[in-house]
Design a protein around this ligand. Sequence first.
Ligand SMILES: NC(=O)c1ccc[n+]([C@@H]2O[C@H](COP(=O)([O-])OP(=O)(O)OC[C@H]3O[C@@H](n4cnc5c(N)ncnc54)[C@H](OP(=O)(O)O)[C@@H]3O)[C@@H](O)[C@H]2O)c1
Length: 251
Amino acid sequence: MTKLLENRVIWVVGASGALGAAVARRIASEAAIVVVSGRSVEKLKALTTEIVAAGGRALALTLDIKDRQSVDAAAKNILQQFGQIDGLVNSTSISDFGPLMSLDDEVWLDVLNSKLLGYVRTMRAVLPAMSERKRGAIVNLSGRGGKQPTATHLPGGCANAAVNLLDKGVADAYLPFGIRVNTVAPGPIASERLDQMMKSTGAMSERSAQTFNRPGTPEDVAEATLWLLSDQSRHVTGAIIPVDGGATYTV
Ligand SMILES: NC(=O)c1ccc[n+]([C@@H]2O[C@H](COP(=O)([O-])OP(=O)(O)OC[C@H]3O[C@@H](n4cnc5c(N)ncnc54)[C@H](OP(=O)(O)O)[C@@H]3O)[C@@H](O)[C@H]2O)c1
């Protein structure tokens, strides 16, 4: 049986994190050639070893998302090795939890630089090659906080809101080039990041806590991302898909 991503080259940035790693594993199981990026050499190596042991194909490339040259060099490397990039997944973030008065400018700038601008940098690095082939699928992870603010997660929430808008705009601009750009907006997902958030901000909001009586799993996010990367979603672009068990109570 043909797999959903047979021989597609997919670049997952932030793959040393919980959600990016789950995406990398899932898409590798659908026969994608997965390039995993982040800063942590050990975590990326462990992930590629695991994927290869399970019969998949994977390559680790370290980069600093805050450095345009580093991002461009990674994209160039992928194109040199494989001749194409069929998909891009952005899943980076940094810790940014705390009330407004406790976070200084550096935290805000770092969050925007690592997430919003990081996503801009990787998209700029892949869009020319995708445009030439008139095909490509991009999936960016934003988050529930982009639509529904949490007072102790404002820098990340603002970055997520900006990513939602960015994706809509890039989706529109690249329609004529056959490139689809979609957003996955996770709610609370069982992960180190959620543990950090709980530690620094206390309990989840009542609404988040009641979603199906459990947080989501990284695999829940990976399934939605896989669908958006595959041809099964060929008529979908500019969409923001919540994976939050109903936690986002807005349109
Ligand atoms: N977990 C949740 O509950 C949740 C909820 C809503 C939204 N989200 C969003 O989903 C995405 C993934 O979340 P997660 O839980 O998987 O986060 P995570 O475990 O903290 O992973 C973050 C990733 O970002 C990478 N990263 C950070 N700074 C970088 C830099 N300068 N250069 C390269 N890579 C960098 C990290 O790589 P290194 O560690 O190797 O540097 C890591 O791979 C994020 O955008 C997050 O905001 C998560």
